[in-house]
Design a protein around this ligand. Structure first.
Ligand SMILES: O=C(O)CCC(=O)C(=O)O
Length: 344
């Protein structure tokens, strides 16, 4: 009744026919109608938002459960020698399952700043070495650096002066409690293992290193028979003013193996031959630190995975080092070593 009066009559018509009291009634009825309309819209809007949030959460949980299942297990597995498979990546995956993994499981859609296509560039075949730009999005790097601020750091070098000269930087590790609970770290660890084709249970703790001005790590191997690290992933979390490159003295900048006398490990996985000439010279293979960039390196020869691990099975061409950082900006690195053996 109120609605039809308010809709049909103009207040001036009412004023002429029925006087002021009727006009007030018409206006009151209209206000009531307007308020009712606003409440109805607000209620329906909230219900719709609630329903979408519920369905989104449900789909997200179902997707997460599906994601850690079959596809991830297949990608991060020792089905073949890991370096004989093309690293998994979101750019041009080999199968529909791998494509789906990149699209739905890798968490890219959660971060608006993450490129959809991340394609590796092979830098060398001996050692097998790849670089990925934008492996981590800027917001992922920022999330990691925020977590890093709560960690306790210790000096990476040993106490005596020789070792401080060999390796100077600050190191910490994400304890399993954080690495397994934090969704960003978990997603990054999965991405690393899927990319390298190594099961999660073979992964060591995520390491974080800060190199300040002048800090470096002389030439070394990551693997030895006691610590058979089949793959290493180095993720750069910052840009630097200069220096700080990771260098491979056995390879020229185009990836080919260098001829002539090469530095050899003399002390287990280390060599005392200085790294600086390789840092200074343009001809050697180097990767510059760049926020979000990652390097994947395979350290063992193929037969190491199937037989007993001996020193000869460590690929000595994977000798590498971290050149001194120049300038005030620190080089931050996140590192994951993946072993041939399960650590579980
Ligand atoms: O920081 C880098 O560039 C390399 C790090 C490295 O080789 C290591 O920590 O084993």
């Amino acid at each position: 009744m109120g609605r039809s009066v308010a809709a049909r009559k103009h207040p001036d018509d009412c004023r002429q026919q029925h006087g002021e009291a009727a006009v007030r009634n018409v206006l009151r009825a209209r206000r009531k109608e307007d308020t009712k309309g606003v409440w109805t819209i607000a209620l329906c809007g909230s219900l719709a938002i609630g329903l979408v949030a519920y369905l989104w959460n449900f789909a997200d949980q179902a997707l997460s459960a599906a994601c850690v299942g079959h596809v991830f297990e297949t990608l991060a597995s020792f089905e073949e020698f890991p370096s004989e498979r093309t690293p998994w990546h979101s750019g041009a995956p080999g199968s529909i399952a791998e494509y789906a993994y990149g699209l739905f499981c890798d968490g890219r859609w959660r971060f608006w700043d993450h490129p959809w296509r991340v394609v590796p560039t092979q830098l060398a075949s001996d050692p097998l070495l790849y670089v990925f730009d934008d492996f981590l999005s800027s917001s992922e790097v920022n999330a990691v650096l925020k977590l890093v601020s709560d960690l306790d750091f210790f000096s990476s070098g040993l106490k005596d002066s020789v070792d401080m000269g060999y390796r100077s930087s600050r190191t910490s590790f994400f304890p399993p409690g954080i690495a397994e609970e934090d969704p960003v770290l978990l997603r990054i660890a999965r991405r690393i293992h899927a990319t390298a084709h190594v099961p999660l249970s073979h992964g060591e703790l995520l390491q974080v290193v800060e190199y300040r001005e002048g800090d470096k790590y002389e030439l070394h191997l990551d693997a030895d028979p006691d610590v058979p690290r089949v793959a290493t992933m180095i993720l750069y979390l910052s840009d630097v003013d200069g220096g700080g490159e990771t260098v491979w003295p056995h390879n020229l900048f185009n990836g080919s193996l260098q001829e002539g006398p090469l530095p050899k490990p003399t002390n287990g996985s280390e060599t005392r031959q200085p790294m600086q000439p390789y840092c200074d010279h343009q001809s050697y293979l180097k990767v510059q630190p760049k926020k979000g960039r990652a390097v994947l390196m395979y350290n063992l020869k193929r037969e190491a995975v199937w037989g007993d691990i001996k020193q000869t099975m460590v690929n000595e061409n994977s000798l590498h080092g971290a050149c001194p950082v120049r300038g005030k900006r620190s080089k931050w690195v996140l590192q994951k070593w993946m072993q041939y053996k399960s650590l579980a």
